[in-house]
Design a protein. Structure first.
Lengths: 338, 410
């Protein structure tokens, strides 16, 4: 990168800027604001509420990271990205992290040069159909017209599923979730397919959610998680361990309600280490001692965030399923804070 | 007797490159050319070095890899196991198809609207003015989306054709207009003379071309007879026969059948399906560019001096024939050059196809392939090359046509 002074930046601004950034942790601190890439609008995961404030499960992770690094859960600039623009936005340095129901795959990690810092939602690709169609299984969808978001892993899974079951379909490529919803409701496609969580979220916004069903087949593994650029290990650590702190907090029973009491000191050494009353875990990462406590306070632990944004009490109504703690038969398992 | 001596030849000196006006401009042009070439080389080299530093080498190997995704409108054989290169070809043909169709219909809309805008009928000319101003001044992407949305909302879904008392029914039991597209009966040959469908259709086209030449011969003969005797023989029946008889015979021999679309579990199947995205994109591009062409046509017509019209009127021609025989042929000289750039606009604007889910080359190569392989620079370079080639080809063809209609100076 010797010659890239001005002209190089003009030609491939994206790549140059991404690799040239010294350290995102310092950049974010200096800026006083976290640039976080989110979805353009997926209720429950990332969508602005009636007051224009971003709310949702993915949004909460951005806020937790901002709280840990900057001490202010509201010091976040949310950058809406589509499935097509998200990776360019991250690679170019326009955003510091991407928290946008993005599937962790081998090629995105190794080829596109991104670092996934964990999984915040274990998902799988599902199908939604109108009840009136009388379809009970995805294998009955021979000849159907399927709406699909272009540029996603779901596009490839779909082709594989129909090919391996030897049935035909007609794909309708759509750019955003909102457009897909409009096409699906107008009957221009029979089926809408994407991650099951996104289907549930989309259905919750329908006028008559009861008239649509999710088919039982889940045809893929979609571990969704936050990601950062390759080679930014310190920043990657901050995002990874903020997520782990939220998960560990749930496991250890630390909630936004009892955190002040717990921070005063408890008789559980791991809680003390997590909340910074014992040891110097924060210092190792270049943050202060109560970084994790601030992250948890921002919105609550993993379980609270889940229940508040997408849980069974919400219109989206997702069960914990795979996303329960490992102690309760789920897959959530944070490495220890030690 | 005179002696001629050559003028003394001055020796060429290096300083003349600057001081001698004969060489000076050349010197500066050479210097400028070298400077431009150097900076292009610098930029290109810089790009390649930076890409290498970022661990990204320009490589087109991905074009041979399996694409893994499906495309809904395929003019050539394609499935999810085909290569990315094949997917790009499918997109390329889709782009060319919609651009070709839109160029034709935009010209038709444009010529009609342009001529009618100059009509003496107040209502007609004002209506055309409204059409031109509305369509010209709203971005084409908005029109594409509006037309597509109206289409999906107004036309019935295939389900509406189902049941005992369906709310929609097929036209003549053969045509279905749904919000997913139009389904038409498709002509097929039960016992074609060739194995391949394409060859059978070529035969039909050949027969029609033959009929056209035969009709021209008949016309010529009639004209000759008219010049000799003053009577023009009636050729209507003969011409009709020349058109119909070979065509019908061919259809009977090859066993023409109609593959009528049928409502299946989810969709109509069989027949010929013109997809909703294609219709919306085609119509939007035509009606939008038609407004621009209308203005070109109006300008061309107004460029013809009024004396031409008056002279033709004095010879007793009626206004329709004045337009067709006198004004339009001359106006073409003014209309064609800006028309070329409108055709280029249609081709380039067709890249907005993804807005309605039409799989053009920007959607396949520049969309899904780019996303799945992460080869952004390679894909964009290919796209640039394609649009450049397509535009230059259209430009060339139209320039040849322009040369044939332009004023011939003798």
């Amino acid at each position: 990168m010797k010659k890239s002074v001005i002209l190089g930046v003009a030609t491939i601004a994206g790549l140059a800027a991404g690799a040239a950034a010294a350290g995102t942790v310092d950049d974010v601190k200096a800026r006083g604001k976290l640039n976080c890439g989110v979805s353009t609008g997926l209720v429950g995961f990332a969508a602005p509420d009636a007051n224009g404030v971003w709310q949702g499960f993915d949004v909460a992770l951005c806020r937790a990271v901002a709280a840990a690094v900057l001490g202010d859960a509201n010091a976040v600039e949310f950058v809406p990205t589509t499935t097509k623009t998200r990776f360019t936005a991250l690679a170019s340095g326009e955003i510091d992290m991407l928290s946008r129901n993005t599937t962790w795959t081998y090629s995105r990690d190794a080829d596109l040069k991104f670092e996934f810092t964990g999984v915040n939602y274990y998902d799988g690709q599902g199908f939604m159909v109108p009840k009136a169609l009388g379809v009970g299984s995805a294998k009955e969808l021979d000849g159907a017209r399927v709406c699909i978001q272009t540029g996603t892993t779901t596009e490839l899974n779909l082709a594989d599923f129909f090919r391996s079951n030897n049935i035909s379909y007609e794909p309708v490529p759509i750019e955003t979730n909102a457009e897909a919803q409009q096409q699906y409701l107008a009957g221009a496609c029979d089926v809408y397919t994407t991650d099951a969580s996104a289907l549930a979220s989309t259905r919750a916004t329908f006028e008559n959610p009861d008239e649509h069903i999710l088919l039982p087949e889940i045809i893929s593994k979609e571990p969704l998680g936050p990601l950062v650029r390759h080679g930014e290990n310190e920043w990657g650590d901050v995002v990874r361990w903020t997520l782990n702190a939220l998960i560990t907090a749930e496991e250890l029973g630390v909630t936004s309600a009892n955190i002040d009491e717990m921070s005063a000191g408890s008789n559980n050494p791991e809680v003390d280490r997590l909340l910074g009353t014992e040891g110097n875990l924060g210092e190792m990462m270049g943050l202060d001692a109560d970084w994790a406590a601030r992250a948890i306070k921002a919105g609550g632990n993993y379980g609270e965030l889940f229940a508040k944004n997408i849980g069974e009490e919400t219109p989206i109504g997702l069960a914990r399923g795979l996303n329960a703690q490992w102690t309760e038969g789920g897959l959530l398992y944070s490495p220890p804070f030690r | 007797m005179s002696t001629m001596t050559d003028p003394p030849k001055a020796d060429f000196r290096l300083s003349m490159l600057i001081n001698d006006t004969r060489y000076r401009s050349l010197t500066f042009q050479v210097i400028a050319a070298i400077a431009i070439a150097l900076s292009i080389w610098y930029l290109g080299n810089n790009l390649i070095q930076n890409l290498r530093a970022a661990g990204l080498n320009i490589s087109y190997a991905f074009l041979g890899e399996t694409a893994g995704y499906d495309v809904n409108q395929r003019l050539v054989e394609y499935n999810s196991q085909s290569s990315h290169g094949r997917a790009a070809l499918v997109g390329l043909l889709n782009t060319l198809l919609v651009a070709f169709l839109a160029c034709i219909t935009a010209t038709v809309f444009g010529v009609i609207a342009g001529v009618l805008r100059l009509s003496n009928n107040w209502l007609v000319s004002k209506l055309m003015a409204v059409y031109v101003e509305i369509f010209r001044n709203i971005p084409v992407l908005i029109w594409i989306i509006i037309i597509f949305t109206i289409m999906t909302a107004v036309l019935p879904a295939p389900n509406a054709f189902r049941g005992e008392n369906p709310s929609s029914s097929m036209l003549f039991d053969a045509f279905a207009f749904t919000n997913r597209g139009v389904y038409l009966p498709k002509p097929e040959f039960a016992n074609g003379l060739f194995g391949s469908t394409a060859l059978n259709w070529l035969l039909v086209i050949a027969a029609l071309v033959g009929s056209w030449f035969a009709t021209r011969e008949i016309g010529k003969k009639a004209t000759k007879k008219q010049e000799e005797t003053g009577d023009r023989p009636n050729t209507t029946l003969l011409t009709l026969a020349v058109w119909i008889v070979p065509f019908v015979l061919l259809m009977i021999i090859m066993g023409l059948t109609w593959n009528v679309p049928e409502l299946k579990r989810f969709n109509f199947s069989g027949g010929l399906n013109v997809g909703g995205p294609l219709i919306a994109l085609w119509f939007a591009l035509s009606i939008y560019t038609g407004a621009f062409i209308a203005e070109n046509v109006r300008a061309g017509i107004q460029a013809i001096s009024k004396g031409q019209t008056e002279a033709a009127g004095a010879l007793g021609l009626r206004s329709g024939r004045i337009m067709n025989l006198v004004v339009l042929p001359q106006a073409l000289r003014v209309i064609i050059p800006p028309l070329i750039s409108q055709y280029l606009n249609i081709t380039k604007n067709s890249s907005l196809a993804i807005a309605v889910g039409y799989a053009d080359i920007t959607a396949t190569l520049g969309g899904t392939t780019l996303n799945q392989t992460g080869r952004a620079i390679e894909c964009v370079l290919l796209l640039m090359l394609f649009y450049l080639t397509a535009s230059l080809t259209i430009s060339m063809v139209m320039n040849v046509y322009n040369a044939s209609v332009k004023l011939k100076e003798r």
